[in-house]
Ligand binder design. Structure first.
Ligand code: ASP
Ligand code: MG
Length: 411
């Protein structure tokens, strides 16, 4: 018998039929003798729809009230799911974040979990034979204000709860069989990855793969919670995400990830003096714009060019910040390249294998894909290429590192 936390996303809960399917999926695990705690997101597009409604009433809705509103989405799911389970003859009970004492800081719409005071309530309900259905995404502050954890935050609820009740595993049920070597929609050779380290998962998601909320993976890493990303429609094992072990290093590259929605900004004629880069990037960070890659060119006559990438959706904000920055540092100006994307190869094996970068560049060169920027970390190599070459680059790298299905069946 295991204590299992399962998390279901909004897409799996969008209609009564889907809810009933999920109810049966939960029952299947319960009937094996497991204790089940299930974290659910709001049904379908509920959260988006609520935000859209709010934005028709207020340009920037008050964040306390926005949390109060958004938290209702998950409350619908817990009640509906519990009803479905009870109808099928099982004992089930729903819990809101407040009822469980999921304590957070006071940062509305992006709160951090500090403690789960009511973990004992779950333990008791499990002992009494209940399936516990918990609202994801929501918590409360010390003075009982409703908070939410950031978009996609139900993943974080699941991991925090798994930690608090010492669950054996925290499962994320998806419409894919696990974390894939790349997006199967653009590369049909993509296959399921069996094991990933926390760091690989973090790099894959920051590179663009939308699998788990990054903060939930960080939380799991800090507390050593084993994560299992698996398919809703299959019993097969999916991808296990856990602490790195020596076996993982055998795979040099685990996955190829990409993000087409980036933009490159180049500041021209930046005076090459200590403190200038710090000034630029502090101002940009203060303006709430995330900078990804940064490149500074060789200095010529005391002047240099600095290029960096941002998410395209932040471009408007970035431009507003840049006008005064350029003036203040006395640079020549800046220009923007909107049609770029980033492709990354991720794998812990890069630590011990050499030549990965050159293999990557060769594969891209053979497809005549020009590299605009390069950045590396210990377990990731990223390149910026033109947006319309991103998909070709993904396929080329997926093949070059032999991540495709064929290899899997030959093993
Ligand atoms: N319902 C929230 C959202 O859509 C939380 C979640 O889905 O995890 O962001
Ligand atoms: Mg959602």
């Amino acid at each position: 018998m295991a204590l299992i936390v399962q998390k279901y996303g909004g897409a799996s809960l969008a209609t009564p039929e889907k809810m009933l399917f999920v109810a049966d999926r939960i029952i299947k695990e319960k009937n094996k003798g497991n204790q089940m705690v299930v974290v659910v997101s709001a049904p379908g597009d509920t959260t988006d729809n609520l935000i859209e409604f709010a934005e028709k009433l207020a340009k920037e809705p008050d964040s306390r009230e926005l949390d109060m509103l958004m938290a209702t989405g998950e409350q619908q799911s817990i009640a509906l799911m519990s009803m479905a389970l009870i109808e099928k003859g099982y004992k089930a009970k729903s819990f809101t974040g407040m009822q469980l004492g999921i304590m957070t800081d006071t940062k509305h719409t992006k709160a951090r979990i500090l403690d789960i005071k009511g973990a004992g309530k779950i333990k008791q309900a499990l002992k009494d034979g209940y399936i516990c259905i918990v609202a994801g995404f929501q918590g409360m502050t010390q003075d009982e204000q409703v908070t939410t954890l950031g978009r996609g935050g139900s993943d974080l609820t699941a991991v925090a709860l798994a930690t608090a009740i010492k669950a054996d595993v925290c499962e994320f049920l998806k419409d894919v069989p696990g974390v894939m070597t790349t997006n199967p929609e653009i590369c049909k050779e993509a296959k399921k990855i069996d094991f990933l380290s926390y760091d690989e998962m973090l790099e894959l998601s920051s590179g663009g793969a939308q699998v788990l909320y990054n903060r939930s993976v960080e939380f799991a890493k800090n507390y050593g919670v084993v994560l299992h990303v698996r398919g809703t429609f299959t019993d097969k094992t999916g991808t296990i995400i856990k602490k790195e072990d020596s076996g993982m290093e055998k795979t040099v590259v685990s996955g190829i990830t990409y993000n087409k929605k980036e933009a490159k900004i180049t500041i021209k004629g930046v005076p090459d003096r200590p403190g200038i880069a710090s000034y630029i990037f502090n101002k940009i960070a203060d303006g709430d714009v995330n900078v990804d890659m940064i490149i500074q060119n060789v200095s010529d006559k005391g002047m240099t060019d600095i290029s960096f990438t941002v998410f395209r959706k932040d471009l408007g904000k970035a431009k507003k910040l840049l006008d005064p920055i350029v003036k203040k540092i006395d640079a020549k100006g800046y220009f923007v390249d909107e049609n770029i994307g980033k492709v990354s190869a991720v794998g812990v094996g890069m630590r011990t294998h050499t030549g990965i970068a050159s293999a990557m560049f060769k594969a891209l060169a053979e497809k005549k894909i020009n590299i605009l920027m390069i950045s590396t970390s210990e377990i990731k190599i990223s390149v910026v290429v033109l947006e319309d070459q991103v998909e070709d680059a993904v396929r080329a790298l997926h093949a070059a590192f032999k991540l495709g299905k064929k290899k899997a069946s030959a093993e």
